[in-house]
Design a protein. Sequence first.
Length: 242
Amino acid sequence: MEDTDYKVKLEIFEGPLDLLLYLIKKEEIDIYNVSLERITRQYLDYIDTFKALNIELASEFIVMAANLMYIKSRELLPKDVQPPEEDAEENDPRWELIRQLVEYKKFKEAAQFLGVQEVKGDELFVTTPELPDLDAPVETLGQVGIFDLIRAFQRILKRFENASDFREIVNDRYTVADKIEHLLEIVAVGSKVRFEDLFTSAASRGEVIVTFLAMLELIKLNHLQVDQEQLLGDIVVVRPAV
């Protein structure tokens, strides 16, 4: 029985501004000097990858994609049809987007600061611990965000750039069930493996995709966890001890 059309659905808790900030941080550039052409291309690559893996996206991601494409096309207009310089900044959607990013970044940093202060407060005041809800769904992917996982996945796919479009998963040799068994064999209980090493034997785009889907399913079931020792560093896949 073939299940090459198997899809793993994950919720994206971050929004499009989170993705843009992630891409800007990855490029190590200042928000005010961001190259929208480059960021737009990378953003659309992420959207394509999300769609290929059937990851559900909020409509805000699509709206942002359309906005980025509009800004990019607007910047390509001849100078004689550009707005006057005195009105350029006020009417420029690029600067409006930058203002949104700056404000959102401030909001996130403030939220992170408050979170740290809350943790420090918990260390000072003893409280009665709540019993954990063992039936609660897993809402995170360990210490690594979905954007990090997709970025690492895209790097693996580049080995097969000359192959057919990966939006169509065509592989009659491997199934997600096969790859789940394979991953559980190569990642021993209590051990960890570099993300890239999980795909060493992959010979096609289809095999890479099926392996990645299997890994996502194991993460959802909490049989595997992902970690990152430093920001934008190598991803490590961990199989927790029972």
